[in-house]
Design a protein around this ligand. Sequence first.
Ligand code: NI
Length: 170
Amino acid sequence: MYDRHYDDYFSGTTDRCVGTPPKIVIPLIRQADPVVLKRRPPSGKWSIHEHACHLPVADELFLRRIDVFLSEDKPVINSYDPGRDEPDDALMHVDLEEAVNRYRTLRPELVHKLRSLKPADWAKTAEHDEYNLYSMFVMVRHLVLHDFFHAYRIEELLLCKDWPRPLPMQ
Ligand code: NI
């Protein structure tokens, strides 16, 4: 069952985990004019600052989940929803530089763990209270998509028509 095809999926997904934060997400965050950094859109949804500070929280969560997957016979994963589980302005109080540094340093740690996984580890499943299927692979793919989900939101805010333009790429 675990042929080269699957290996490509696993390693390809891991490669995305390596490159996306330093090559796409962090440069995007750095383009935010300080004036708009903590500005929420009229919808009341997160500001660029909040999206950015949320990303290392996800890495911490996924690091813990990898350990749960590996250490338990029948792993059980509890969902995390910041809108449900945290106060509305929690991320506003986080230090952005510290958050970006954590994002930058946690990711290689996470990738190091992923590179050591065997095909059977990737295929292992857990019980999840919100999803009908949750394997290690699904979880890691989710992390890859999650980076882009928040990057997309950050970009939308950066390009808001009536707001100051993004700063030049650093
Ligand atoms: Ni998220």
